[in-house]
Design a protein around this ligand. Structure first.
Ligand code: BEZ
Length: 240
């Protein structure tokens, strides 16, 4: 007699380049329809394991303190955890009223925090990794562009807080790559040299190597850089 093994439910994980999975949810700032409500804006959708936990508290204080910097580059923030709305509200109030961390105090979190007790959204986005925790989301970060396409995904485990300077670098880098048609080398920061596209849009490799553009420097046919000033990036990204 043959027996049929039970089949596990396939785990779905959206990938870079996929449309952001759609959902509606209740948040600390009212109901949202995602990603439709954010059409035309960049969004960082991120999860944290649980309210009233220390690493998450340090992360929320940092994100809230940097929110204006993200907004200045056209980026909105949306958080999520597998907790209910009243837990979220009580935790954010406690953060504001009681918690000081580094040089941050009296921090008000004004970006939406999604309640996801059913784990519907966390499951859709592959934010729950049972090997780490079956009941809490890991620290996932989805950067979604104005057309609702996922452009970057970063995961951190429960015990390690995210690097928020890196998250800002990611959104500025993505937008710089899009706006200026360039690529960005390892550890790039605004103001540093950028990589010009491979042959095709900018002529042949030979053209490139022999170019009299004094600012273009080629290590070899496949690796050419040029300068791009930080204020040029800032003014372009902040006006578009
Ligand atoms: C924290 O945010 O401190 C935390 C949350 C879940 C597991 C471990 C740490």
């Amino acid at each position: 007699m043959t027996t049929t093994e039970p089949t596990a439910t396939p785990v779905t994980m959206p990938r870079i380049g996929d449309p952001a999975p759609a959902f509606t949810a209740t948040t600390t700032q009212g109901d949202i329809s995602f990603p439709g409500d954010y059409e035309g804006r960049w969004v960082i959708l991120f999860s944290h394991p649980a309210d009233f936990t220390p690493v998450c508290t340090s992360e929320f204080m940092t994100f809230a303190t940097m929110e204006e910097q993200f907004n200045a580059y056209g980026v909105d923030l949306v958080g999520l955890s597998i907790d209910g709305l009243y837990s979220h509200i009580a935790w954010l109030r406690t953060i504001k009223e009681k918690i000081s961390f580094r040089d941050m105090s009296d921090v008000e979190v004004t970006f939406p925090l999604i309640e996801d007790i059913s784990m519907e959204v966390a499951t859709k986005y592959g934010m729950v990794m049972p090997g780490e925790s079956a009941t809490q989301a890991v620290r996932a970060v989805f950067v979604i562009d104005p057309k609702g396409i996922i452009r970057t995904i970063i995961y951190y485990p429960l015990s390690l807080g995210r690097n928020f300077d890196e998250l800002l670098r990611v959104v500025v880098g993505l937008r710089t790559a899009d706006e200026f048609g360039v690529a960005l080398p390892a550890d790039w920061r605004p103001g540093e040299r950028v990589i010009v596209p491979t042959a095709g849009s900018c002529g042949t490799a030979k053209d490139r190597m022999e170019s009299d553009d004094e600012d273009l420097h080629c290590e070899d046919w496949f690796f050419c850089t040029t300068s791009l000033a930080e204020d040029e990036i800032t003014s372009r990204l902040r006006s578009s």
